[in-house]
Design a binder for this molecule. Structure first.
Ligand SMILES: C[S@@+](CC[C@H](N)C(=O)[O-])C[C@H]1O[C@@H](n2cnc3c(N)ncnc32)[C@H](O)[C@@H]1O
Length: 318
């Protein structure tokens, strides 16, 4: 008898394979920056790097680890601004990019919820910028009888309801994504993201772990879920074939952070508010005025609209 080929899997399995399997989306040479812009790339990276250095200074932290750092775009900006005494480390699922600044250390990671040994750094500011939204999680949907079932998916993105959600996932859903739930409503079970964040915290000897992501809290979960695909700068249907990014917003409160604040609040605390430079400067120092204006407009882009609403989850270690 021919063996049966199982093409339909849970979203968690299919998602992991599509992003981190052999030939997975994030193993492509162009990296995430080839498909979408984040606050950790381009001109924004320069400002974010400055804010992180200010945070490290205030907390007396001397190592900065960028987890899920793409191809090291933010680390390049950090390398330009940071005092040579600051140690810089990056990790992502590919080998060290050839043109990365010499001073940046690199650790290759398996991907998804699994992290490499980061050497238990002491006095470290550990940033995970847009990591947890690409950590695959189970997706569940309420059936016509009101039962929460795991959603299975085939390679074309076609979905089918599978068995009722298992105990641990159901427990998470009841605790963090509460009813009422109508037939067709979805739950993106954040248990895998919680475990990934906890694993990151465990891998640090002392310092501050900061996860920054698109997120929600118990009061504003998206009833229909938030799983989408991204490719070439545009949203697309979530198809787990390795041809697009797959991302779902993160339940940031279930990470149990010490502090949870918006990016707007976090960056304002660190001195970035997007305020325009005084007009007097235009007369006394036109070039300085233009540079300050460009900086203010970049800061405003980071602290308003959708980036301003990103959530920063902070956990102190040691
Ligand atoms: C949305 S991109 C964000 C990249 C970068 N942090 C930024 O904000 O521009 C997600 C990145 O997470 C990386 N990633 C996913 N799981 C990882 C893991 N366990 N360890 C290291 N990197 C991981 C992916 O390879 C990808 O580069």
């Amino acid at each position: 008898m021919p063996s049966v080929v199982r093409v339909e899997r849970t979203w968690e399995q299919a998602w992991h394979e599509a992003l981190y399997g052999e030939g997975g989306f994030y193993r492509r040479p162009e990296g995430p920056a080839g498909h979408f812009a984040t606050s950790a790339q381009g001109g924004a990276a320069e400002l974010l790097a400055g804010a992180l250095l200010e945070l490290a200074r205030r907390e007396s932290l001397t190592t900065i680890v960028d987890v899920a750092c793409g191809r090291g775009e933010l680390l390049e900006a950090l390398a330009e601004q940071a005092d040579p005494s600051i140690r810089l480390v990056g990790t992502d699922v590919v080998d060290r990019p050839a043109d990365l600044a010499q001073r940046v250390e690199w650790v290759r990671s398996p991907g998804g919820r699994h992290l490499p040994d980061l050497g238990s750094p002491t006095g470290a500011l550990v940033l995970a910028h847009e990591w947890l939204d690409v950590v695959p999680c189970p997706v569940a949907e309420v059936d016509d009888d009101g039962t929460l079932r795991e959603v299975h998916v085939g390679p074309s993105g076609a979905e089918r309801l599978g068995p009722p959600l298992g105990d641990a996932d159901l427990e998470w859903a009841d605790a963090w994504w509460p009813a009422p739930r109508e037939p067709g409503d979805r739950v993106e079970v954040g248990r895998t993201r919680d475990a990934a964040f906890a694993g990151l915290v465990e891998g640090v000897h002392s310092g501050l772990v900061v996860a920054v992501d698109y997120g929600h809290t118990r009061d504003d979960r998206p009833p229909a879920g938030s799983l989408v695909g991204y490719v070439d700068g545009a949203v697309c249907a979530p198809v787990p074939d390795g041809g697009c990014d797959l991302t779902a917003h993160v339940a940031m409160d279930s990470l149990r952070p010490d502090r949870l604040l918006t990016q707007r609040e976090a960056l304002r605390e660190l001195g970035l508010d997007g305020a325009r430079p005084p007009l007097d400067l235009a007369r006394s120092d036109p070039a300085g005025y233009l540079a300050a204006l460009a900086r203010a407009s970049q800061a405003s882009a980071l602290t308003s609209g959708s980036p301003g609403g990103f959530l920063w989850a902070l956990r102190r270690v040691g």
